[in-house]
Design a protein around this ligand. Sequence first.
Ligand code: THU
Length: 131
Amino acid sequence: MDDMLKLARTMMARAYAPYSKFHVGAVVKSDDGSLHAGCNVENSAYPQGWCAEASAIAAMVGAGQRRILECVVMAPGVEIVTPCGGCRQKLREFGGDDMLIHLCHPDGLHRTVTLGTLLPMSFGPHNLGPA
Ligand code: THU
């Protein structure tokens, strides 16, 4: 967990969030144990920005991995930050209900939930059958 937290802190620091000023870092661990990290990247045309989770997933796919076992989401503030709806679905593409989502602040882990809790009865690759 410490290596994931450290990477997430680095990603938070590198986030490009000049509009919201809300820096988010995300790290996914794939089933070979490798870590892939990303941050949110905003855009002056607001809807064109994307979330930290999307960046981390893109890094993982680019590294040739396809299965997420765990994900750290790190954000500032007092309230625990959970992945947005779109990111829950993006995570679902690469893992099941048992995926662990670690909700963190820069000071460390605050709570762990499963993807199944965040996105119950999800639509996923299984609905489309073998590719
Ligand atoms: N954001 C993320 O990167 N991940 C989340 O799970 C929630 C929201 C970003 C998107 C936007 O750049 C900023 O936080 C404010 O919504």
